[in-house]
Design a protein around this ligand. Structure first.
Ligand SMILES: NC(=O)c1ccc[n+]([C@@H]2O[C@H](COP(=O)([O-])OP(=O)(O)OC[C@H]3O[C@@H](n4cnc5c(N)ncnc54)[C@H](O)[C@@H]3O)[C@@H](O)[C@H]2O)c1
Ligand SMILES: O=P(O)(O)OC[C@@H](O)[C@@H](O)[C@H](O)[C@H](O)CO
Length: 381
C-alpha cells in the first residue's frame, strides 16, 4: 500500500505520516521546502517523541520525499499508483496542490481502485474544498472521466504538534494524545486500512466538536496569552484569569454543541476538561505565535470563533465570552505572520462595519453583527 502525503511539516511528520506508516503504508512525503525534502531523503528514519502521560518514542521508516515545486513529474507518477492521498498543508494551500492531483488522476489506470483522498486540515469539510479545487482545475467534461478514479472523504484530525526546534532536524515532538476521525460513507465497503483512525457515518458533529472546543479554546488561550505578554501556551493556562476566560468560551461553545448535535453535556464537560489538561502540558513547547497564526483565517465565517458565536446568537444563547476572545484576537500582531499585519492594516483603514463584513462575512441583519461591530469599534478606540 502506498500513501502520498502533501505537507511534511509538524502534523505531516508527527501524526498523519506516522499513522499511515503504522498502518503499513509506504509513505511518500510531498513538500515545497527543499531543505526538508533533502533532509528526509538523507535519513533512513525519523523519530516522533510523544511527550506527556502515556507518551513513547516512535520511529518512522520506509518513506521517501518528493519536492512538489521542482519534481512534478515524479510526484504525478507516485500519485498515479498510490492508494491514498492526504494533505496537511493548511486550508489556504489546497488550491495549490489540487492541479497536480488532477493531472495524476488523468493518468491513473482506470482499472485501479479509486484513490482515497483525505485533507487533514483544521477546517470544516476541507476535503470537499480540495475536491472543488481539483474539479475546477480541469474542464467539466474531463472531470466526468476523473471523478470515478477518486473517493473524497472529510476528516477531523487532533494532535497538538508544536513548532519544532531546528536542532531536532526531522524528528518531531508531539503530545501523546491523537484522534483521526474519517467519514466512512464515501468509501462504501472499501474503507482504507488505517487502524489508528476511526471511521464514522456522520463527521459533522466530530469536526465541529473538535474545531469549536480544541481550536476555539486554543486560539482563545493564544490571543489572551499574547495580550498578557506570555509566550508558551502551557504558561498561559497557568494564568488563572486567562484559564477562566478559556473556560467561559468553552462553556459557550459546549452549550451549542450539546443543543445542536445532542452531545451529552457531561461527556462534553469531560472532553473540554481533558483538552484544558492537554493545553497545559508543560513538556509541549507550544507558543502563542503558532497557535494564534493567521488570525484572518481564524476570524472567518466558518471558523472557530465566528461560526459558533453566530449560531449561538441565532439561537438566542450567550456568546459574550466568545466576543471578548474575538476582541483579544484583534490585538494579535507578530512580525512574521502576514495575516496579523494585514489585520492591523484593515483595523486602521476600515470602519468597524467594513471590517466585520470583510473579515467575518456577516451581513448587518445577522444577530451577531451588532455585537461584533461593537467589539471592533472598542478595539479601534
Ligand atoms: N500542528 C498541529 O497541532 C495541527 C493539528 C491538527 C491539524 N493541523 C492542521 O494541519 C495543517 C498543517 O499544519 P502544521 O502545523 O503541520 O503546519 P506546518 O507549517 O508545520 O506544515 C505545513 C507544511 O506544508 C508545506 N507546504 C506549504 N505549501 C505547500 C505546497 N504547495 N505543497 C506541498 N507542501 C506545502 C510547508 O512547507 C510545511 O512543511 C493545517 O491545516 C493545520 O491546521 C495542525
Ligand atoms: O493549525 P491552526 O492554525 O488551525 O490552529 C492552531 C492550533 O490550534 C492547532 O494546530 C492545534 O494544535 C491542533 O488543531 C490540535 O489538534
Amino acid at each position: 500500500m502506498k500513501a502520498v502525503h502533501f505537507g511534511a511539516g509538524n502534523i505531516g511528520r508527527g501524526f498523519v505520516g506516522l499513522l499511515l506508516h503504522d498502518a503499513g503504508y509506504e509513505v511518500v512525503f510531498a513538500d515545497v521546502n527543499a531543505e526538508l525534502i533533502d533532509a528526509l531523503n538523507a535519513a533512513p528514519s525519523y523519530e516522533v517523541h510523544e511527550v506527556g502521560d502515556g507518551g513513547s518514542d516512535r520511529t518512522v521508516t520506509g518513506y521517501r520525499a518528493v519536492n512538489s515545486a521542482t519534481n512534478e513529474n515524479e510526484l504525478i507518477a507516485e500519485i498515479q499508483t498510490a492508494d491514498v492521498v492526504t494533505t496537511a498543508v493548511g486550508p489556504n494551500i489546497l488550491k495549490f496542490v489540487a492541479p497536480v492531483i488532477a493531472r495524476a488522476l488523468a493518468l491513473r489506470d482506470s482499472g485501479l481502485p479509486p484513490l482515497a483522498v483525505m485533507a487533514c486540515e483544521n477546517a470544516i469539510n476541507a476535503t470537499d474544498l480540495l475536491r472543488t479545487e481539483i474539479q475546477s482545475s480541469v474542464a467539466p467534461e474531463q472531470w466526468e472521466a476523473l471523478a470515478p478514479r477518486a473517493v473524497f472523504a472529510n476528516t477531523a484530525v487532533d494532535r497538538i504538534v508544536p513548532g519544532q526546534d531546528p536542532a531536532a532536524g526531522i524528528d518531531v515532538t508531539v503530545e501523546a494524545f491523537y484522534e483521526w476521525v474519517i467519514e466512512s460513507g464515501p468509501f462504501g465497503d472499501a474503507l482504507p486500512e488505517i487502524p489508528g483512525a476511526t471511521f464514522v457515518d456522520a463527521l459533522g458533529p466530530y469536526i465541529e466538536r473538535k474545531l469549536f472546543t480544541v481550536n476555539t479554546g486554543h486560539a482563545t488561550a493564544a490571543y489572551y496569552g499574547f495580550a498578557a505578554g506570555i509566550d508558551k501556551i502551557s504558561d498561559v493556562l497557568a494564568n488563572s484569569g486567562v484559564a477562566d476566560a478559556v473556560r467561559h468560551v468553552l462553556e459557550e461553545t459546549s452549550a451549542l454543541l450539546v443543543v445542536k448535535h445532542g452531545i451529552d453535556a457531561e461527556v462534553q464537560r469531560e472532553y473540554r476538561e481533558k483538552i484544558l489538561t492537554r493545553f497545559a502540558n508543560p513538556h509541549l513547547p507550544d507558543t502563542v505565535q503558532r497557535v494564534g497564526r493567521q488570525p484572518l483565517r481564524k476570524l472567518s465565517r466558518n471558523e472557530r470563533f465566528i461560526s459558533p458565536a453566530a449560531e449561538l446568537a441565532e439561537r438566542g444563547l450567550s456568546h459574550t465570552a466568545l466576543l471578548d476572545a474575538i476582541g483579544k484576537a484583534l490585538g494579535f500582531e507578530v512580525a512574521d505572520d502576514e495575516q496579523s499585519t494585514e489585520m492591523q492594516g484593515l483595523l486602521a483603514e476600515l470602519s468597524a462595519e467594513e471590517f466585520v463584513e470583510r473579515v467575518s462575512g456577516l451581513a448587518p441583519e445577522h444577530p451577531l453583527y451588532a455585537g461584533l461591530v461593537a467589539v471592533v469599534r472598542e478595539h479601534q478606540k
